[in-house]
Structures are given as C-alpha cells and as structure tokens.
Design a protein. Structure first.
Length: 564
C-alpha cells in the first residue's frame, strides 16, 4: 500500500478529540437558601413543626414524637451538589443518625452515619447530590423525641479541600499474610496508593474475627472521608475509629451491611490514628484491602505521586511509526525491541530476534508466522533441557524501554493473519510488569485480539487484579466477514475516567473507571503503559493449527500512532 505525508496530515486534521465532560462552574459551598421541610412526626400538642428547623431562626425548633426512628426531610427544589450540613440540636438530640440524599424522596443514599452523636452544634462535611436531604435518627439520647433548632444544608463546591492523609504512613494490623497466595501482603500495601497491591490477614493463624488495620497520620487531623477498596475477602461488619494516641478509640462509623468492592464513606472525626476494626467476614476467608485511604485536613501528609493530566483538546500526534522504509528493514530499534522466546498461554511459536519482523516496502511492518521446515533450526537449544525443537517461529515487538504513555488515543491500522491456530494481537501492558508488579496487577489493555478460527470477530478487553483471563472486561465485534481480508483501524481512547474501544470508528465498548471499582475491583490504568504487536501461533484460547492452517501467515501493520 502507498502512503504519504499528506495522508498522515489529513488524519491528524480530521482527528476527533477524546470526549471529556466539561466541568460546570459551581458556587462555593454555602447555605442552600429557601427550602421546605417535612418530618416523620411532630411532638403531640406542640407548635414544633418541621418548618421551624429551616426558617433561619435559632429560637424556633422542630421536635418529634417520643419514639425511634424519626426523620426530618428537606426539599431543595432541584437536584444539587451537597457539600455539608449544620445540625443545631436542642437538648433532646440523637446519638445515632444518618444524613441521606435522594433524587425522588423514595430511594435514599447515606452520605454520613454515626452511632456516637454528641448533640450541640454539629458541622458536617458531606459529599453527595440530590434534590432531597434527610436526617434519619435511629437512637435518642433522652426519653423525649429528637429536636433541632436548625437543620442547615449547604450546597455547591466544598470550600475546604480534602487531602489524602494516609499515603505511605506507618501502618499496623492484627496480622498479615505472607505465602504463595499473597506474598508480603503487609498493612503498608493498603496505604501505598497502588491499587495492584494489597493487605490481607494471615492464613496461618486462622481466618477469624475480629481483625483490624490502623494508620498513624503523624499528627492530629480532622477526618472527613475513608475509602476502602476491598478484595473479595471483605468485611460485612466493621467500624471506623479514631484515636489521639493509638490506644483509646472512638467509633465514627459502624455498619453490619458492608458491600465490598469500593466503599467511599463520609465521616466526621478527629485523631492522629485511624483504624478499621473488622467484625464480620463475608465468607470463609480472612480480610483483605487493596486500598485504605484516609482524607481530611491536618495530619502530616506525604503527597502521593501526581496523576497524569488527561489528554488535551484537540489531540496532537506525539508518537508514530509509519513503517515507510525499504523492503526488509527491521523494526526501528529506537522505537521497538524484539521480545525473544516462547511466549505465554501455551503458545507454540518461538519469537525470534526480528528474523520474522520486517517491512514489505509498501508501507507495512510484517510479523510473519512460519512453520519451520526443519523443526529446531530457527531457535536456540535450551541449556537446561537440551531441546531446540520449536516447530513454529514468529515475531513480537514492544515499545518497552523506548516509549510508554499514560492516557491518550492509541491506534493501529492492521491486516490480521488468518486460518486456524493464529492469534494476532495489538495490546498494552503496564510498565511496572518489569519492575516487580506481576500480571495481572500490572494491567493489560487489549486493543485487538483476533482468533483465526473466528475469522469475522475481533476482541477488545482489559485485565486487572480482580478481573483477568476469562473474567476480563471486554466485548467482541463481528463484522460479518473475515478481518484478514482488509486493513482495519483498532483504537483505544483512554483517560482518567475510563477507556473506550473502537474498530473502524465504531464504538465497541466503553468502560467506566468508577463502575469497575464499584462492581469488579481496583482500577490499575492510571499509569504508563507500553505497546506490543505480535502474531502468535496456538495457545489456550485459539487452539493449535490443524490441516486447514496455511503457513506462512502475515500480520501487516500499516501504522501505529499515539495522540495526547
């Protein structure tokens, strides 16, 4: 195929930018203004109606009937971002209550909960949204009802910026696991801001209740939020506690209905130490957390590694290989290196040192899979087994050590190989796979996988610590004809919110980071990744070649481009 600079410039000119939702301007966190209120009850024979708690008059109040539970509900008039609330209690206060938000006054979401309410004036920082905000009181401090002089809801952007206080701070735990299933899964692993590492309780001492993990923030702090990213071994029952000295603990959150996955828990408390006390396991195993993050103000925080910026708008070309070199040219060593060896996944080929990778003189890189006439002639003898009997050879080239990227648009125009037993791929791996983070914790982004036995279908998938192999998150696209008949554009658009896959401009799958964290497990795609191209033979997924397989098979790569 003939290509030109004009064609490349046209592609850049017509490039559509990644869709990143603009941030809407919001007022700083402040009083919600005029609202209406309703309540579960009013003290019998009293004038202490619900409206008194939202009238801005500190001399009027709402008071409930003398029973539990009771609630006071505020209608903001429209959906708003909730950033805080101030409760000014009369002497009849609640020791246990929740603040909840709702879009319809029917389905409620907790944004704050306590079982140790103190009465007086409680100024709460909240994170939530909705038209309705409700105080739901479940335990009274007196024999009377619950009574509020004022229930002032604040909306808009919080004026106080939360800071991650727990990153790489000293951590202790009831025990930790250190065996083949979870080597060196120390409490520090839950505080390293690395979603691919985790803490787990010890298996050798027995998976029992209770357990705990605690962090020393280095100085007193005001705690506003705790984030727990659970491994499948999660706690159904747990408490979040604070302490000034690591000895005397005060609960600031309690639950018996923990959900696992990612839980973001708004809390209000003070202390130098924060502990999660685990009281009820969800299954037969112990407890395990990928992340234990504490947010607030104060402490002695260590800034975590900065997150890479999202791609700009419009995107610009930052790296490419057009393969416009004379026929027989090996891959550019400044951009690619060969990965030599047998590969993974029970593949049958031997990847050579660029013997099977070369340009065709028509603007394409060729990755050629061959059946060797004399098995063993093209691969070295293994020094241990003495064997050198590889039957197939092929090519795998990678940008690791040459180039890697965090976020952007990564695409390649490819004509795949075909027939049964072939497995061409264009994909990405986290750089840290060569720095001590084993797969799947390193993360994998499969921009294209094609199986020769399914000629009309290509697959696009991600793999992470809790979703990998057959459990990866992905989707196929069937185009009704063999992908090997023509070139096709395989693309990923990737930013801090998620990843969108497409083939020939048609969206195949959009994966939302927050949804994955809330339903599948930790997200490991906010770091540098490098690209790989390979043309595998056999393997667990495609199966081996058979009598219908045609060799040699060429995977042709027209170009690879990266935009940011």
């Amino acid at each position: 195929m003939t290509k030109s600079v004009t064609r490349l410039l046209a592609a850049i000119t017509t490039l559509a930018a990644l869709v990143i939702a603009p941030q809407q301007a919001q007022a700083e966190c402040g009083t919600a203004g005029a609202v209406t209120a309703t309540a579960s009850s009013v003290e019998t024979g009293s004038p202490f109606v619900a409206a008194n708690a939202v009238d801005g008059n500190p001399g009027t109040r709402w008071s409930s009937a003398f029973s539990d539970p009771q609630w006071l509900q505020v209608d903001l008039g429209s959906a708003k971002t909730i950033c805080g609330a101030t409760l000014t209690w009369e002497a009849a206060y609640a020791t246990a209550f929740r603040i909840q938000t709702s879009t319809d006054a029917t389905t409620w979401t907790d944004v704050y909960a306590t079982t140790t309410g103190t009465g007086g004036t409680q100024d709460l920082t909240l994170t939530g949204s909705g038209r309705y905000v409700r105080l739901y009181a479940t335990a009274r401090a007196t024999q009377w009802g619950v009574s509020l002089w004022e229930f002032a809801v604040r909306t808009g952007t919080p004026t106080t910026t939360e800071t991650l206080l727990s990153y790489n701070k000293p951590a202790t735990a009831s025990s930790f696991q250190d065996d083949g299933a979870c080597p060196a899964c120390t409490p520090a692993k839950a505080l390293d801001f690395n979603p691919a590492t985790r803490w787990a309780t010890s298996a050798t001492t027995g998976w029992v209740d209770p357990g705990w993990i605690a962090v020393d923030l280095g100085a007193p702090a005001q705690i506003s939020k705790v984030v727990l990213q659970w491994d499948p071994a999660y706690a159904k029952g747990f408490r979040i506690e604070t302490s000034p000295d690591g000895t005397n603990w005060t609960p600031i959150y309690t639950t018996t209905t923990g959900t696992g996955f990612k839980q973001t828990i708004p809390v209000t408390g003070t202390g130098r130490h924060v502990r999660v006390t685990l009281t009820a396991r969800s299954g037969p195993y112990g407890y395990s957390l990928w992340e234990f993050q504490v947010y607030g103000t104060g402490g002695n925080p260590t800034p975590p590694p900065p997150q890479a910026p999202d791609p700009g708008n419009p995107l610009r070309l930052v790296w490419s290989d057009e393969f416009n070199t004379p026929a027989g040219t090996k891959p550019d060593p400044a951009k690619w290196r060969p990965e030599v060896g047998t590969g993974q996944n029970a593949e049958l080929q031997y990847y050579t040192n660029n013997n099977n990778a070369f340009t065709d003189g028509a603007g394409n890189m060729v990755l050629e899979a061959r059946r060797e006439v004399t098995p063993g002639s093209a691969c070295p003898v293994d020094p241990v087994s003495g064997s050198g009997t590889c039957q197939y050879t092929s090519a795998r080239i990678i940008t690791e050590g040459r180039a890697s990227w965090t976020y952007g648009r990564i695409e390649a125009n490819i004509k795949v190989s075909g027939t049964k037993g072939l497995w061409p791929a264009f994909w990405m791996l986290g750089n840290d796979i060569f720095k001590g983070t084993p797969w799947p914790g390193s993360g994998e982004i499969d921009i294209m996988e094609h199986l020769g036995r399914e000629p009309n279908t290509a697959y696009q998938t991600i793999h992470g610590p809790a979703y990998f192999g057959g459990g990866g998150i992905g989707a196929p696209r069937d185009i009704g004809q063999d992908y090997a008949n023509a070139f096709h554009l395989f693309r990923v658009d990737w930013n801090s919110k998620g990843i969108t896959f497409s083939i020939d401009g048609v969206t195949v799958l959009s994966i939302d980071k927050a949804t994955v964290e809330a339903t599948r497990g930790p997200w490991v795609f906010d770091k540098p990744f490098f690209t790989l191209l390979n043309n595998a033979v056999g393997g667990d997924w495609p199966g081996p070649p058979d009598a219908t397989t045609v060799f040699p098979q060429r995977m042709l790569v027209d170009y690879v481009r990266v935009y940011q």
